[in-house]
Ligand binder design. Structure first.
Ligand code: NDP
Length: 263
């Protein structure tokens, strides 16, 4: 039996254990996946090894600590410098970022795509900006405050705060802020948003359990919209592929995992 977990704080709300266990059971993979409330990100490696895990997922606020805890990091996680999937390989902890490819798969209907504006400048914005750039999309970032923009500027993204957004047009607008998560707020001033919408084709919100005010207003104005459900699903699918050494077909994993949204 192989053991897996998700590390986070908080972690009680995470549906990853249900999602992963549905695939383990459906595909008769001999593993079990639990959740672990980790308070101190510096203890991640020690805890992973003490629990004798074969793999793990990592959620807020430990993705950057997870990056530092890895013996090796592969793929786009090297650019993002944040890891959400850990796998034990030859006694080494190898890290991946599956949020980025999960997001790209979830917006495949939006391609070909030339330009995108990401709202927010937190961990998710970092993953999604690199993911879009790797697909050849021109990405700018807009955040409420100035202080988180430095990372993006240093990495060659155009990054603006609410006070200095120039008049530009974007095909896709992505909300990665938590505005609308537990309240009815928009991620930016309504008039500015309406101006952006009038030149856009697509809108995406990483929030997945409700229609946010952002998606509501984008829909009302005729944009093609998606929420973060498929991103959540596919980050899990790609994590499972790493956990199971790519033994299973993607469509089969999806078939079992997506049952989580019916429960
Ligand atoms: P962070 O805390 O790292 O960043 C939050 C960002 O949102 C900051 O830039 C912050 O701006 C901005 N923000 C917060 N509240 C508001 C507001 N009311 N108005 C405008 N801007 C605001 O969060 P994460 O990047 O880790 O996560 C963001 C969201 O993504 C969460 O809702 C999370 O649930 C979701 N998520 C979804 C996933 C999926 O699979 N679908 C995967 C991962 C995350 P400032 O710098 O000014 O404070």
């Amino acid at each position: 039996m192989k053991y897996f977990t998700i590390f986070g704080n908080p972690v009680a709300h995470s549906i990853s254990p249900r999602m992963q266990n549905l695939a383990f059971e459906g595909l008769e993979y001999n593993g079990i996946y639990t959740r672990y409330l980790l308070e101190n990100g510096d203890k991640l490696k020690e805890t992973f090894l003490n629990l004798k895990l074969s793999g793990a997922n990592v959620t807020v606020p430990h993705k950057e600590s997870a990056y530092r805890a890895c013996d090796e990091v592969e793929g786009i996680a090297k650019d993002i410098k944040a890891v959400n999937t850990l796998v034990l390989k030859d006694k080494k902890i190898v890290g991946y970022n599956t949020d980025a490819p999960g997001f790209i798969t979830s917006i495949k209907d939006f391609f070909p795509l030339k330009s995108a504006l990401i709202l927010g400048a937190g961990g998710t914005a970092k993953a999604l900006s690199w993911a879009l750039r790797k697909e050849g999309v021109n990405v700018d970032v807009l955040n409420r405050s100035e202080n988180r923009l430095e990372y993006f500027k240093q990495n060659g993204f155009e990054a603006y705060s609410w006070d200095n957004l120039p008049k530009k047009e974007y095909e896709l607008i992505v909300n990665t802020t938590s505005a609308g998560l537990s309240d009815d707020s928009l991620p930016l001033d309504e008039n500015v948003l309406k101006m952006l919408i009038s030149n856009a084709k697509y809108a995406y919100d990483v929030i997945y359990h409700k229609i946010t005010p952002f998606i509501h207003i984008c829909k009302e104005n005729g944009l093609k919209c998606k929420d973060g459900k498929d991103m959540l699903l596919y980050q899990g699918v790609y994590a499972f592929k790493h956990f199971s050494e790519n033994k299973f077909n993607e469509d089969e994993i999806v078939k079992y995992m997506k049952e989580v949204f019916r429960l």
